[in-house]
Each structure stands twice: as structure tokens, then as C-alpha cells.
Write a new protein. Structure first.
Lengths: 355, 546
């Protein structure tokens, strides 16, 4: 290749790239927007047909904008307050909710679809955010691994401190992982401060019982949990109530029974919300998108894409969910305002105990 | 035109303007914006968060750990890489080209995948038989694994062009092998070694994924802590203060680097790589090549082989199930990224990023090499700054700063632009030493032969420079394929790349998901090795190989 050709190639590439970039930056339109932009975290997934269904309905296509994990999503929304990069934000959960509401990121909107959503999922009476789905962070265990160790499944959190369960548990760092934070909050709700057995003591007992902490869910589930891969040697992990059906759904070969199961006691409920970002130029279309996210079409597509439960109580669950998991009846919960006020102090205190 | 400093005057300023404006707008401006946003409240500077760092022993401990692990990682990387670089530069042997290309592979692999291989190798069941999984050794080993390519390829480019007759002359005059190396080769090589060392140091100083995953609760770098504060605790002021602290450390290193560049004035006598390398003749030489290159291949190859083997593991046996499962996604779509889409996006971003990095980087290198003077040396150091800047901070900086005049915050173009910012230093580092060295020859040749300087430049300088530029291009390509630094923190339109697809697979339980992630990683390795081999084969002009 001659130098002249290399130079020409470079030039062409740069020009083409610049031209491509311009596609996305048209002037703000009046009337119906050219597209509605949905900012979300990188775990968001929905079928292409379902997303296209919104365009069929309104004539406006949905563009997805990804912004890292849930925490990164909230931080970037705060940093772009008033000049949002999107019209609607999806993926803020109850652990970050208070902070986002405090920052006035959202425009209130009460969707008619809320009629089918249980009241227990609606945490903002002013409707600045709308619940879309929920998940339960629960202990999961590897059936074969526990049996091999001669153990029965734990029935609740307290069991984990018993000598029999020594060296069996892997959890995620609450400072770097969202299920890790949910689990810490679950223990705080179950063993409140100022009682005879506060959460700090519980965690000190877990440490004495050789708990393993990883930075993220992937490392815990695929690296340390014996039910996640052959590398793992710990039969109990902090994961989701919907992990066992996912394990069946994504198995290499068809499985009659799930190799893992969730302990439905001591779970923490994570609710994911969507909200219309203040500063949007397409409020009406944004409202239509919130409505659409609560329709059965969208809601019934959620479980097998994101492995969480739909907020719309009328949405039918796929068979693999019905067969291999259940929704805990009384999960632990904490008030979002209390979470926000104490999150940093709790995490710092936890870090001091565990490291 | 002043022959000694051909880029002074208006032409020089015009060439300087391109890289200066590019880095000013896509690096300094976003960085300054986010730091100012973080360290002001209601428009008034608020340096409280800086005081907070000083008052918290844990944060000071993190700063200290960041520094010492970077020093240790850099030294270890040099110890592993330099002898192998010598063998690769001085000797001709079977598989040499492949090894030189393959060292780049670790560079692109996502940490979360590499960590699984490291945990397997460093666990009690691994070849060492020791449990080093959650020790400092796991971090250091991973840093060596990721950074060896920087030394092998940047130092190698200079070393393979050094005239071996210089050292041979010293030997003839009675110097021992070691003394001849120390007195002759080393001083000529030192600028390239310092360049590579500074890059490795900056990388390990700002290490994120390796320390986050392998460091557990015990170890954290400033980079990990900035990310924790910014995204988990949403304490943006403290994150900004920590970024500032990190930046001060990096600037300190770069000041030292600029000072060093100021003192050195060697011009390397350059030869074609083919003229300097020969087959190892004695048993001693063969042993040297086998030990150094073999050691390098073992250290880099073991984790890669573990990953590839695992991608083939199905139940108790082996097979292509996970690759087939990947292929099925091209039809199924739905929740996952079709692999061909991810590969297409990755390659497209990598080509654009490489083109941008070459265009801007070569102009910057020309300014530094030909213009000379104190200012250009500082410019040189400034260009390195993106390698030592907090990725999450810069990612947020883009969000705060790039909304006007054109809103680039959500443009797909921002991704290769961000890649280019990180890749430019590689192009500059690999080409500046070569440009400086041939300058001298240019003058001599022009004077002796009476040829017009332009013709000599085209026939002599250009082929040598383009060889070095291609090494830089290879790094740029790898930086982009691997989604380095800030590039993983920018808000992006739904244009998933290979690393993003891998993260997606690892987001849900199931053997198929782990298998597909490993299969995709193996494909990423092959694509990288293939691309670097292809780039290495490109030749501009003929002199490079006379």
C-alpha cells in the first residue's frame, strides 16, 4: 500500500465518520419529535419487535442510550440536569431513588397504566417516577454443592452464621455492586441497629464464618459460586430470585430441574422506575412511552429479557419463571429516604467490619 | 526554511494547531469542566473535598497503594519484557512475527474475562499449586500480562533498528558482553525504554478493572475509588478531588519525563530490521532466545489458552456448542447483541479511531521531533496525560462539556473520538524517537549526495517513520477494540461492541451465557491477533526492508 493511498484512506474515513456523526445531532424539532430517547443502564434489554411496537403506535421511533451501570446512570443524569441527553430515563432503583428525586430530575406524570400496578411498588406519591419492574435479591444455593457438603439449604439469613455453613457464602461488595448493596440493606432491615443483634454483629459473625466478598455479581456468580461455573467452590451466593429460572433457560442442555434455588426468606426488593427527564422537548411523547412501558406487550416481554418481574400485576409470567421460582411474600424493605440518608455511612461501616 | 528545525515559523504553528485543538477540545476542556463542576458549589470554589481526603486515612492509604503498586508493576513488566524484546529484536527465528503480534492480544481483553483465567491459574488447582487468588501477586501478574506489549513493541521498534556493529566493535575492543551492552546499546535504547516505562507506569497508576476485580476489599487504586465515589456513593465532589490528586501524581511523573527528554540528545544510527537480526548461532544464543521468548509466551499464553479451552468446554467434554450458540444469536436477536453486529461495530470504531489517532498523532510527533525546544517537550508530556487521567472522570467530563455548539454527548462519533484521545500518545511515542534519529541522516545525505531534501525525506525518512507509525496504529486499533479507559464510561447510543456484548452475556446466570462470553472473548483474541499481524505486514516504500 502506498503512502498516498494510506493518506487517502485516512482522509476518507475521517470525513465519512464526521458525516455519520451528524446523523444523530439534528436540530430540535417542533411537533412530534424525530425520535424519543430512552436513557438506561447497560443491563436493559427488550425485544426489537416490542420496541418497534411503540413506533407503530405513535410514529416515533425509540432510541436507546446506554450509560453504564445503574449508579453511573444516576450520576450522569445529575450531571446533565436541565440539559438532558434523553427524554425518558429507565433503570433508577429504590436504592438511588431518593437522591434522584432530591435533585429534581423528573417531571411528574401519573400514567393510567398505574391502575394495574400494586400500590406496594409505587414509592413516589407525586408520580415523578413510575415503577416498571421489580426483582428480589435473595440467597441462592447450589443444590448439588450443598448436598455434597451434607448441608440442608439455609432457611434464612441467620443460618449463615452457624458453624456448619462456614466458608460456604459469597457476597458482593455493596460499594461496587447493586445486589451487594441490596443484600446489605436486607441485613440492615432484618437486624436493625439498636437491637440485641444488630446488623454489625451479624456481619462480624459472617466474617468469622469466612464469608467471601467479590467486587461484582459476575465474579461472585461465575467465579466463586459452585452453581455458576466449575471454578466456584462456594455453594451459597447473593443473587436474584429469578436466577434459578435464568440458569435453566440458559443451560447448555435442557434441564428437568433447576440446579440452583433461591431462599425466599431475607430477600430485598429492588424496584426499577422510569421517569420523564426535566428539560425534554418531547414531554407528550415521553408520557406515551411511559404508558407503553406499562402495557402487557412490553411488560410480558420483560422477564425473559431482563430476568426481573413485571410491575403490571396482570402480565402473565413465562413458564420457566412459574416453574423455577416464586415471589417472596414479605421481602425486607427500607424507606428510600432512609437509604439515601445512610447509604454512605452504612457502606463505610460495613467496609470497616469486613475488610 | 531552517534545515535544523524545519517546523518553525507559520507552517509549524499550523501543524501544531491541529493536535493542540483536538486535545484541547476533546481532553482538556471536558476534564477542566468536570473538575470545576465537582469542586465548586453555587459557582464558588469549594476545596472542602480536598481537605476530606487529607483527613481520611483510608483514602491516603489508597493513594500510597496506587503509587507503590504502579512502581512494582512497572518494574516487573520491564524485567519480563526487556530480555524477550532483546531476543525478538536481535534474532531471527520461527514464529517471531506471530509472537510480536500476539503480545498485543491481552491488551484488548476485558478484565472480567481475564480475571476468570487468572483465578483459575493462581488458585490452588493451578500450575503453581499455591492460592494467590486474592493476593497482591494476582494484581501484579495481571499488570504484567496487560502491559508487556507496550515494552515489547515500543522498545522493539527502536532496538531492531540499532546497528549491532556498534556493540560488536566494543566487543572486538575487549569489552565483555554486558559492558558492551551497558556502554553502547543501553544509552541508545534508553529513550525508547523511558517512553515505554512511562506508558506502563501511567497505565498501572490508573489501573481500574484489574484492581477492582482481583484486589477484593483489601486493595484499591485512586481510579477504583473515584469510580466508587462517583457511581456508587454519588459523591461527585469527592470524586473530583480524588481525580485532581491522581492528576497531580501523573503530572509529577510527566514533569520528570519531560526533564529527561530534555537531557537526552542521542541520535540513533538506524538500520533495517532485517539487517540487524540474524539466526541465533551458538547454543548460548539459542538458549537465550528460548528462555526469554519462551518465558514470555508462557506468561502471556497461559491465561489465553485457559480462556480458549474454556470456551470449548461443554459439560464434561469439548465442542463448538457455544460458538454455535453465538451464531444463533444472529437470527434470534431479542435480548442479546448479534455477534456479527458487535464485531462490525467494534471494527468500524477501531478503524475510525486509528485513522484519527494517526492523523493527529503524526502531526503532533512532527511538531515534537522537528520543532524542538522546551515548549515542544512540554507538549510531548502533555500528550501523555490522557493515559494517566481517570477514565470515569473524563467520561463524565464529556457529558458536562460537549453539549454545544454541536451536541456530541450522544453521538456515536464520540466513541472513536474518545478512543483516539487515548491512542494518540502511542502514535507519538513510537514515531518521535525515529523521527528525531533520521533528522541527522537527512541532513548528511542531502549534503553529501546533493539530493534535494524532500527527495531524501521521501526515500529515507518516510519508510522508517511509517514503520514506527504502523506500530502506533496497531496500539490505536487495540486500544479501540478493547474499549480502554474513558471509552467504557461514555454514554453511548445502542451500538454495542464486542466488549459490551461480552458484558451482556455475563449479566445472567447459565452455562450458555458463560460459554458465549468466553467464545466471544476468544473471537476477540483472534480478531486482534489477525488485525495486528495485518498491520505489521503493511509496508510503506521499500527502504524499510533493504
Amino acid at each position: 500500500m502506498s503512502l498516498r493511498r494510506v493518506c487517502a484512506l485516512v482522509l476518507v474515513t475521517v470525513v465519512v465518520a464526521a458525516a455519520c456523526g451528524d446523523d444523530d445531532t439534528g436540530p430540535p424539532a417542533t411537533g412530534p419529535p424525530a425520535a424519543i430517547v430512552l436513557a438506561t443502564h447497560d443491563s436493559f434489554a427488550i425485544s426489537a419487535e416490542v420496541l418497534a411496537g411503540f413506533e407503530d403506535l405513535t410514529g416515533v421511533p425509540v432510541r436507546i442510550l446506554e450509560a453504564g451501570d445503574a449508579g453511573t446512570l444516576v450520576s450522569s443524569a445529575i450531571l446533565t440536569k436541565g440539559k438532558p441527553t434523553a427524554d425518558v430515563l429507565f433503570g433508577i432503583d429504590n436504592t438511588f431513588l431518593s437522591r434522584a428525586l432530591e435533585e429534581d430530575l423528573f417531571i411528574p406524570y401519573a400514567s393510567p397504566g398505574l391502575g394495574s400496578v400494586p400500590d406496594s411498588l409505587e414509592l413516589d406519591p407525586e408520580h415523578r417516577v413510575t415503577p416498571i419492574d421489580f426483582a428480589n435479591v435473595c440467597l441462592n444455593y447450589d443444590k448439588a454443592g450443598l448436598a455434597a457438603a451434607g448441608l440442608s439449604p439455609p432457611t434464612g439469613l441467620r443460618d449463615l452464621t452457624m458453624p456448619a455453613y462456614r466458608g460456604t457464602l459469597v457476597v458482593e461488595d455493596p460499594a461496587t455492586s447493586s445486589p451487594g448493596l441490596a443484600f446489605l440493606l436486607s441485613t440492615i432491615a432484618e437486624f436493625p441497629e439498636g437491637t440485641a443483634y444488630p446488623w454489625q454483629t451479624f456481619w462480624a459473625d459472617l466474617v468469622a464464618n469466612d464469608v467471601l466478598v467479590t467486587s461484582g455479581w459476575e465474579e461472585a456468580y461465575f467465579g466463586a459460586f459452585s452453581g455458576g461455573s466449575e471454578d466456584g467452590d462456594r455453594p451459597i451466593v447473593v443473587s436474584y430470585a429469578s436466577s434459578p429460572p435464568a440458569g435453566v433457560f440458559f443451560a447448555d442442555e435442557e434441564l428437568a430441574e433447576a440446579p440452583t434455588a433461591a431462599v425466599l426468606d431475607g430477600c430485598f426488593r429492588q424496584i426499577e422506575f422510569a421517569g420523564i427527564l426535566a428539560g425534554t422537548e418531547a414531554e407528550a411523547t415521553a408520557q406515551a412511552l411511559i404508558d407503553y412501558m406499562l402495557t402487557l406487550e412490553f411488560q410480558e416481554d420483560i422477564p425473559l429479557n431482563m430476568f426481573v418481574f413485571p410491575a403490571n400485576a396482570e402480565a402473565a409470567l413465562p413458564e420457566v419463571f412459574v416453574e423455577h421460582t416464586a415471589i417472596p411474600e414479605s421481602p425486607n424493605s427500607l424507606d428510600p429516604a432512609e437509604i439515601d440518608a445512610n447509604r454512605n455511612a452504612w457502606i463505610e461501616a460495613w467496609t470497616e467490619i469486613v475488610r | 526554511m531552517d534545515r535544523d528545525r524545519p517546523l518553525t515559523g507559520v507552517a509549524g504553528l499550523a501543524i501544531l494547531a491541529v493536535p493542540a485543538l483536538f486535545l484541547g477540545y476533546f481532553f482538556l476542556y471536558p476534564l477542566a469542566s468536570i473538575l470545576i463542576t465537582g469542586l465548586t458549589s453555587d459557582g464558588v470554589p469549594d476545596l472542602g473535598p480536598l481537605g476530606e481526603i487529607a483527613s481520611r486515612p483510608r483514602l491516603l492509604g489508597i493513594a500510597w497503594f496506587t503509587l507503590w503498586q504502579a512502581v512494582a508493576s512497572t518494574l516487573l513488566t520491564l524485567v519480563v519484557a526487556l530480555p524477550a524484546t532483546a531476543a525478538l529484536s536481535r534474532y531471527e527465528f520461527w514464529g517471531k512475527r506471530f509472537v510480536r503480534a500476539a503480545v498485543t492480544v491481552p491488551f484488548v481483553l476485558p478484565t472480567v474475562v481475564v480475571a476468570t483465567a487468572f483465578l483459575a491459574l493462581l488458585g490452588p488447582g493451578g500450575p503453581l499449586g499455591l492460592d494467590l487468588r486474592r493476593s497482591i501477586w494476582a494484581i501484579l501478574a495481571a499488570h504484567v500480562f496487560y502491559n508487556v506489549a507496550v515494552v515489547v513493541r515500543t522498545v522493539g521498534t527502536a532496538w531492531e533498528r540499532l546497528d549491532p556493529r556498534l556493540e560488536e566493535a566494543a566487543r572486538t575492543l575487549g569489552a565483555t558482553r554486558w559492558n558492551a551492552f551497558r556502554a553502547v546499546t543501553w544509552p541508545l535504547l534508553r529513550p525508547a525504554v523511558v517512553s515505554a516505562t512511562s506508558i506502563v507506569f501511567l497505565f498501572t497508576f490508573t489501573s481500574f478493572g484489574v484492581v477492582l476485580i482481583l484486589g477484593g476489599l483489601e486493595y484499591a487504586t485512586l481510579e477504583v475509588e473515584i469510580w466508587r465515589q462517583a457511581t456508587a456513593l454519588i459523591d461527585l465532589p469527592l470524586a473530583a478531588a480524588l481525580s485532581l490528586l491522581q492528576l497531580v501524581g501523573v503530572t509529577g511523573i510527566l514533569v520528570g519525563y519531560a526533564r529527561y527528554q530534555q537531557r537526552r540528545a542521542h541520535e540513533l544510527p538506524l538500520l533495517s530490521a532485517r539487517a540487524t537480526a540474524r539466526r541465533p548461532a551458538t547454543w548460548r544464543e539459542r538458549g537465550f532466545v528460548a528462555a526469554t521468548v519462551g518465558g514470555l509466551v508462557a506468561i502471556l499464553g497461559a491465561p489465553l489458552v485457559v480462556l480458549a479451552e474454556r470456551s470449548l468446554r461443554v459439560g464434561d467434554g469439548h465442542g463448538l456448542t457455544h460458538y454455535r450458540a453465538l451464531a444463533e444469536l444472529d437470527e434470534a436477536g431479542a435480548a442479546f447483541v448479534p455477534p456479527t453486529t458487535a464485531i462490525g461495530n467494534s471494527l468500524w470504531f477501531a478503524v475510525v479511531a486509528t485513522a484519527l489517532a494517526l492523523a493527529v498523532g503524526l502531526l503532533a510527533a512532527a511538531v515534537i521531533a522537528y520543532r524542538g525546544g522546551r515548549a515542544s517537550r512540554w507538549f510531548d508530556a502533555l500528550l501523555m496525560l490522557p493515559l494517566g487521567t481517570s477514565a470515569v472522570t473524563l467520561g463524565f467530563g464529556f457529558l458536562v462539556a460537549l453539549d454545544a455548539p454541536i451536541d456530541l454527548r450522544t453521538s456515536a462519533l464520540l466513541i472513536p473520538l474518545a478512543h483516539a484521545v487515548v491512542a494518540i500518545p502511542f502514535v507519538v511515542r513510537t514515531t518521535v524517537p525515529i523521527m528525531r534519529s533520521v533528522r541527522h541522516r537527512l541532513r548528511e545525505a542531502a549534503a553529501v549526495l546533493g539530493a534535494p531534501p524532500r527527495a531524501v525525506w521521501r526515500l529515507v525518512d518516510l519508510p522508517l517513520i511509517s514503520r514506527a507509525a504502523l506500530v502506533g496504529a496497531g496500539f490505536a486499533f487495540a486500544v479501540s477494540l478493547g474499549e480502554f479507559g474513558a471509552t467504557s464510561f461514555i454514554v453511548r447510543p445502542d451500538r454495542p461492541t464486542i466488549p459490551i456484548a461480552i458484558f451482556r452475556f455475563l449479566g445472567q446466570p447459565g452455562a450458555q451465557n458463560l460459554g458465549r462470553a468466553l467464545a466471544m472473548s476468544t473471537l476477540l483474541m483472534l480478531i486482534t491477533a489477525g488485525a495486528i499481524l495485518a498491520i505489521d505486514r503493511l509496508r510503506v516504500g521499500h527502504l524499510g526492508e533493504f
